[in-house]
Write a protein that binds this ligand. Structure first.
Ligand SMILES: [Zn+2]
Length: 260
């Protein structure tokens, strides 16, 4: 089945413009540029056997705003429903208390995140579209998800390794009592434990509203040079992700020279 890639890029562009800070809001041309590089990298991957779980595209309901959205995940074909009436329990290395089931067991999780799985392992995996959507909508969601951690497989791997380190740090902190514990909302509910490393990040986000860091006095760019098509200044996030740039005609900034 062939997809119209221009339609795919337009869909991603619309979605991104709703999420990004003004200085990181790409134009349609930039979005096409970014994602066509991703598609090129993916198409150039060597054939491999399918990943142990197929890719699932389905509609889900957002738990916060209760609105439906198109979701992409890995479908656990060995999923089993938890025992009837059993309550979720999340301890580790202990016996599961009576009337509860261990949420950490893979078999009780129907879906797994795509994030963190190397692109080259997913490349020849079946995609199951289990909702009425166009192939372009499904592909837009999938490409968006794949690039959540970086614009290349290599960048995504680095980011995943970084996140895994933070998770280990958080686990250590919880064991050492370096965390805040919030009481359950209702009697018998679950406590919320926030390790200090996470708490610090939350406070940083609250205290420092997202703004476009202007690191140069240049009137043409933000100190990160221009997009390779020369249409606009490179945003700080894309620049730190290593997106190729061309030299700014005014200040000469060119952090990621195109073609290297
Ligand atoms: Zn400049």
């Amino acid at each position: 089945m062939a997809a119209d890639l221009d339609k795919v890029y337009a869909l991603i562009h619309t979605r991104d413009n709703g999420n990004a800070a003004a200085c990181d809001r790409p134009s349609l041309a930039q979005c096409q540029f970014n994602y066509s590089r991703v598609v090129k990298e993916l198409m150039g991957k060597p054939r491999v056997k399918a990943y142990s779980m197929p890719i699932l595209v389905e509609i889900r309901i957002d738990p916060f705003d209760k609105k439906p959205y198109l979701d992409v995940c890995l479908l656990n074909t060995r999923y089993v429903k938890p025992p009837k009436g059993a309550k979720p329990w999340g301890g580790r290395g202990m016996k599961v208390p009576k009337g509860k089931y261990n949420v950490n067991l893979n078999k009780y999780n129907r879906c797994f995140a795509i994030m963190g799985v190397p692109w080259s392992k997913l490349i020849d995996t079946d995609i199951r579209i289990e909702t009425k959507c166009t192939i372009e909508e499904a592909l837009a969601r999938l490409l968006w998800e794949l690039t959540f951690d970086g614009w290349t497989e290599e960048k995504a791997k680095e980011k995943t390794a970084f996140i895994m380190e933070r998770i280990k740090e958080a686990e250590k902190e919880i064991k050492a009592g370096k965390c805040i514990t919030l009481p359950p909302k209702k009697k018998g509910g679950l406590k919320i434990v926030i390790p200090d490393v996470v708490n610090k990040q939350i406070m940083d986000i609250i205290n420092k509203p997202v703004k476009c860091k202007v690191t140069s006095s240049c009137g043409t760019c933000w100190g990160n040079g221009l997009w390779p098509d020369g249409t606009a200044p490179m945003g700080p996030m894309d620049a730190s992700d290593g997106m190729p740039t061309i030299a700014c005609p005014e200040c000469g900034a060119n952090p990621n020279p195109n073609g290297k």
